[in-house]
Structures are given as C-alpha cells and as structure tokens.
Design a protein around this ligand. Structure first.
Ligand code: SF4
Length: 371
C-alpha cells in the first residue's frame, strides 16, 4: 500500500508506515462489482495494484469471512490482510441519546483492531475485517439534507449544548478507516461547513494524519482510555494508553474537540487504584487548553455469551476477566441479544466509586454520562 501523507502546513506526521504495516497489509480485496462505478472505489483499488481481487454479490454475505467460527485462529491475520469494498444501500440516520443525537449512515464497518469485548464481531461474523463503503458522496448528500432539516438545536442536552451531534464511527474505528481512504477526511470537511451539526467518533488508535483535516471545532474525538495493564490484555492492536493521552493536546491544538471515553470499565482486583493512576497520568499530561474543554463518558462492561464462547477459542486469558457470572446478570439488548452486565446494586456502587475518583482528580472534567 502507498501511504497517503497529507501535505501539512502544520507539519504533522501521518501514521508511521511501520506501525500501519503491522496493522494493515492488504493482500485480498472482496468487492461488489458496482464499486468500480464510484471514484472512491477506483481510488482504493488503485492503491493496491497487487491485491488479489475477489468479486462478491454482497459485502454482507462472504461466508469464508463472516460465517466460519473455525476462522477464529486466523482472526487477526484476516483483519490485517483483507479489505471488503461495498456500496451502502440503505442510508438512514438513527436517533441516539448518549454519545450523539444521531447515528450517521456508516461509511465503513468492521475493524482492523481486535478488542476482545467488541460487539461488532457479533453483528457481522467472526473475522470482521474492514468493509469500506465507496458511495461516500451519497452518504454526504444524505447527511447534509438530514442536518439541514433539523435546523437550529433549540434545547441544549448532555450530548452538546449547541450542535446536533452525529456519530460517524459506530461500527468501525475512524482512525484506522482513515488509513484506507479519505472517507473520514470528507466527513470532517462536511461537518466543518454544516452550521448546526457536529461529527463525533470514539477511537483507540492514534492516527496523526487526522491532525491535518482542519475540523474547526466541528468534530469531537473521544479517545478511549483504560489502565494500560488491562488494555494490554483486552485492547488488541490498539495504540498504547500513553500515546492516546499524549495525542489529546495535539488534537485539541489541531481544532478538534477532544473528550475521554472510559469504556469499557472492567472490574478486577485493584481496578480503582489503577484508574487513580490513569487519572493522574491524564492530569499530568494534558495542556490547560485541553483541560478547559475536557468532558468524559463512562461505560461499564457489557459482555455476551456467544462472544464469550468465541473468545475462549483465541483469548481465554481475557475471558477470565470479562466473564464473571458471580458478579454479572443477564440483560436483553434492544436488538434482542442476550448480554450480561454487572449486577444492578453492585454496578451502582462501581459507577459511584469511579465518578467520585474522577471528580476528585480531574475536577475540570464534566462527566457527560456514566452507566
Ligand atoms: S476499535 Fe472499536 S470497532 Fe474496532 S475492535 Fe475495538 S471496539 Fe471494535
């Protein structure tokens, strides 16, 4: 792959080629035939002249990638070497309430990262490599119409006091998607000009190429944080926690709004002491400018029986921490899935302890929500 290095008046560096190579080394591209009709599709295909091309009827139905649980051992190899290109058929914005007001139609789904707790793997099968949607111009036109229709946001809410906020990374990690093509760059450019709307996404990867996108305060990045000792076990193929914290100042300086996403918070022996250290690291690292705009969201772990079974096949050590039936209870998700979360009273105590600690150490950081 030829790494896109944006010209930068500020002199920022893109994701380092060796780091990127460890994360993505595309050798096979599954594609819907219509991909060739789109400029973005042609651009991406020309980036990988040596990749093996495999035509598929639908990006959703690739049994050798999605339907085969025996691929679990190959999971990370597939994430690194396979890319799927498709056309997003149904364009809809879904109302949301916590991290955003709306969820935008996906420009991508799947992920080259392999967080053990990730629910995306459950939605689209096991290996779940990146699928990029090439009809970004249609997605942008749809979003423009949707945001225009909303008009001015009349009532401030915890999401944002002024702007309608659109989640653009619900099913992928935008920092990694940005290493494939300019979809994320185009979305950041769109929101820069929408008078009443702002984009947002959470990320676990630092891609400094994004520092050149000039968001002018209209994209909110939420860097996900957890103690490094836990991230080493469950956040596979992500940037280190120190790198994510260190990136906050640079992203604020480059015009992003930057919040912290403490998710998932996992309970284990000594968890609060580790968070105390993490908050100290945040406080010691962030610039006054970054602290002044800082907010956080806190989401305790939700796990899933089916995912637990899959993970036992490739990462049993993580399951000893994530799967704690004595501390967890079942809950049914909105989509009907059977999930588990920490038991009600117990979880209430954990949330309270976490928030108290955070407020004590980072008093300038508003907690937008915690559950
Ligand atoms: S970065 Fe996000 S989308 Fe990617 S594996 Fe982790 S949780 Fe899933």
């Amino acid at each position: 792959m030829t790494l896109k290095l944006s010209e930068s008046s500020q002199g920022y560096q893109a994701l380092q080629p060796d780091t990127l190579h460890r994360l993505l080394n595309i050798k096979e591209i599954y594609y819907e035939p219509a991909v060739n009709d789109y400029t973005r599709g042609q651009e991406i295909l020309s980036e990988y002249p040596d990749a093996k091309l495999i035509e598929v009827a639908s990006h959703w139905k690739i049994p050798e990638l999605h339907g085969n649980s025996e691929l679990v051992e190959d999971w990370n190899r597939i994430k690194r070497t396979v890319l799927v290109l498709g056309v997003k058929k149904s364009l809809q914005c879904r109302p949301n309430c916590r991290s955003s007001d709306f969820v935008a139609p996906s420009h991508a789904n799947g992920c080259a990262i392999a967080c053990v707790y990730c629910y995306n793997a459950r939605r689209k099968g096991y290996a779940n490599p990146i699928t990029t949607f090439v009809n970004i111009e249609q997605i942008i036109r749809y979003l423009e119409r949707h945001a225009t229709k909303q008009g001015v946001k009349q009532e401030p809410n915890q999401v944002d006091p002024t702007y309608w906020v659109y989640e653009i990374g619900e099913n992928s990690d935008c920092s990694v998607d940005a290493a494939i093509c300019d979809n994320v760059k185009d979305l950041v450019a769109l929101f820069r000009h929408l008078p009443h709307a702002k984009a947002t996404f959470a990320t676990k990867r630092v891609n400094r190429d994004l520092l050149n996108y000039d968001p002018q305060g209209k994209t909110r990045i939420r860097f996900s944080l957890m103690p490094q000792s836990m991230a080493q076990v469950v956040d596979i193929r992500t940037s280190s926690i120190a790198d994510r914290i260190a990136a906050v100042n640079d992203f604020v300086e480059a015009g992003y709004e930057v919040h912290l996403n403490f998710a998932p918070v996992i309970h284990y022996e000594g968890w609060l002491a580790d968070y105390e250290q993490l908050f100290r690291q945040v406080d010691d690292t962030l610039s006054p400018q970054a602290k002044q705009q800082l907010q956080a969201e806190v989401i305790f772990l939700t796990h899933n029986e089916e995912l637990h079974e899959v993970n036992l096949g490739w990462h049993p050590q993580a399951e000893e921490i994530l799967w704690r039936p004595e501390l967890q209870e079942q809950k049914y998700s909105q989509t009907g899935g059977k999930n588990v979360r920490y038991k009600r009273g117990f979880k209430g105590q954990l949330v309270e302890q976490f928030c108290r600690q955070l407020r004590q150490q980072l008093p300038y950081c508003n907690i937008r929500y915690a559950f």
